[in-house]
Ligand binder design. Sequence first.
Ligand SMILES: Nc1ncnc2c1ncn2[C@@H]1O[C@H](COP(=O)(O)OP(=O)(O)OP(=O)(O)O)[C@@H](O)[C@H]1O
Ligand SMILES: [Mg+2]
Length: 457
Amino acid sequence: MIDAAEAIRTYLRNLLSPSGYDVLLAESGARALEMLEEGAHPDAILLDIMMPDLDGLETLRELRGRLPDVPVIMLSVLSKASTVVEAMNLGAADYIGKPFEAAELESALERVLESRRQAEESNLSRSSSGRDRPTFLWASESMRRIREILEQIGDAGVTVLIHGESGVGKEVVARTVHELSVRKANRFVKVNCAALPEELLESELFGYERGAFTGATTRKPGKFEVASGGTMFLDEIGEMSPKLQAKLLQVLQDGEFSRLGGNVDVRVDVRVVAATNRNLEEMVRKGAFREDLFYRLNVVNVRVPPLRERPEEIRVLTDHFLEMYSREYGREYIALSDHLSQGFAEYAWPGNVRELENMVKRIVVLQREDAIAEEIFGSARPVLLSTPEEEDEPELDPTEEGVSLREIGKRAAREAERKALRRVLYQTHWNRKKAAKILEVSYKTLLLKIKECGLAE
Ligand SMILES: Nc1ncnc2c1ncn2[C@@H]1O[C@H](COP(=O)(O)OP(=O)(O)OP(=O)(O)O)[C@@H](O)[C@H]1O
Ligand SMILES: [Mg+2]
């Protein structure tokens, strides 16, 4: 139990000890980390979001790094959507608003401990949240047609090129290609071609020999070798450099390549599925993408339509995510109000299914619609190009215990970042490459920021 307020620490010890819990108390994140180093091995952690030294979210990040299988329940007086979602995205198992009822806390504890036990039993604890495999819905005519195509090509092993806007479900389609194929017993390996600089991407894909460069002290197999017999998903293929495009073409043509610093050809049997939100044909015309590679990849072409072109799915997906997240976070299932359902139906969903999923997640966690309603109704009007009304975060009250000037500054900075991010992502229709350029950060930093700000998975 980590909380800056002594009264709360004592209260929790008195509450939990009689129920048989062995309670360790820490007054700060730093102290908690120290206790771990001294050998503490908790089964679950209760953590206050707002603490003076290392703040709760930073502590959470540290804890998740060291104890990925130990569930962390966040406690907070703040019920701000962004903070809560940020905590959930960092892997918090649950969230309880202060003040809380004793029963509420006990049931949350029991729940996270139980799901950890189950995860251990079924050996699922590899995924840190112990989550089940996600279910995918094929809830519109256009998506069902895509699934039919995937079924038909299952055994053929042909390459598949998937394109569509951000968040439409390209990865879902790629995984389904693998699941429906004879290769499903082998691995599905995903590599994001935009997330790494050229050299790193090359060594990631093709591996390297010992001594290939300074620091290469051992041989490392590339992802193509890891995926052998299975499926390689090359995400954001449009961002691949010409040099790697050439190397990839060779793998597709001959099933062969050489590791960095090596001259032996490695043979692999991998099915390649590639995805992009760029217009590759146009890139080919402009000379930015190799035409021969394009034809090699484009044996089967799947266009995943944006959510606004399959509005009949909005309702089904909403219910699905409501149900899924209520279960995952142990919250009561609450249907959307008619007003918000109507708003959802008319909203343009520039971030597609991912945006819908995140909104529903927030509603479930907070058990409140208001923050979302503002976003939806603030931007539903002229469809894509409008910027949503900003959701203003309540300011921190400096007279409250544990609110330091530093904390206020940090929070304001984070909030400013979040607003800028949101605006640019809307402007670019969630084209993250473009957004990174506008914001002058690397693509990788942008992905991290999106996650930290609770804007996407
Ligand atoms: N048909 C579906 N059923 C259930 N969940 C879905 C479906 N389609 C998409 N999702 C969910 O929406 C989110 C976004 O999907 P996915 O990652 O496949 O999109 P994407 O097109 O790869 O996005 P990006 O271009 O941003 O990488 C995921 O969390 C995914 O599980
Ligand atoms: Mg994707």
